[in-house]
Write a protein that binds this ligand. Structure first.
Ligand code: B4P
Length: 199
């Protein structure tokens, strides 16, 4: 089973993905986390990614596509994987579909979190104060929002028009409250899919 968690920066993708991972026994694969680990490691790819991320921009499609392909192949043909932060462009969405077709797999569901922009900015500025992430400056946050609307939002329509089961969830409120909504909607969607009985 392959699931995607989708939403603007600060919508709670990483936060909800960890809970989905436990509840639905999936492997959480966050491209943001992978890139931050590369950056911390100081590899050539990591240094380049760190510079791009700090400015709030998206790293090149080909780079991230290669990373995801390697991880999905390594996970094995039956792995239940939840992709977080990928695909973020139409090019990445097409590349994912092509890769999954080669592997005899497909996207089984998309969870999309919806949160108003003012709340997103508040959350990210709060995280900046607590964690000091390089891309949580006000300037980088604004650039990430801009890139989200310009390049990532169309990805949702891409999957919608292909008939992929889509769960749209109100991402406002406490983390647990949001997860209750995610869990309920996801159970309804997965319950309808013969491939996922036993959840
Ligand atoms: P990500 O790591 O995906 O960053 P993000 O969009 O901010 O999401 P994240 O998962 O961290 O935050 P969340 O919403 O859970 O990407 C970082 C960068 O990597 C990108 O900007 C880009 O440069 C690069 N990148 C990654 N994938 C890429 C790709 N495919 N192609 C190109 N470039 C790529 O949470 C945010 C904050 O809100 C947290 O502090 C959390 O504690 C808090 N929060 C969550 N839920 C809450 C709630 N209900 N109430 C209050 N606070 C909440």
């Amino acid at each position: 089973m392959i699931g995607l968690i989708f939403g603007p920066p600060g919508s709670g993708k990483g936060t909800q993905a960890s809970r989905i991972e436990n509840e639905f026994k999936m492997r959480h694969l966050s491209t943001g986390e992978i890139l931050r680990a590369e950056a911390a490691h100081g590899s050539e790819v990591g240094k380049e990614a760190a510079r791009i991320m700090a400015a709030g921009d998206l790293v090149p499609d080909l780079l991230i596509e290669r990373i995801v392909e390697r991880r999905l192949r390594r996970a094995g043909p039956d792995a239940r994987v939840l992709l977080d932060g990928f695909p973020r462009t139409l090019e990445q969405a097409r590349a994912l579909d092509e890769l999954l077709a080669k592997l005899g797999r497909k996207v089984d569901f998309v969870v999309a979190l919806d949160v108003p922009e003012s709340t997103l900015v508040d959350r990210l500025l709060h995280r900046a104060a607590v964690e000091g992430r390089a891309d949580d400056t006000r300037e980088a946050i604004m650039e990430r929002m801009h890139e989200y609307h310009r390049r990532t939002e169309p990805v949702l329509d891409y999957f919608r028009t292909r008939g992929v089961p889509l769960v749209e969830v109100d991402g406002r409120g406490e983390v647990g409250e949001v997860f209750d909504r995610v869990r309920g909607s996801l159970r309804r969607v997965l319950g309808r899919s013969p491939a996922n009985t036993g959840l």
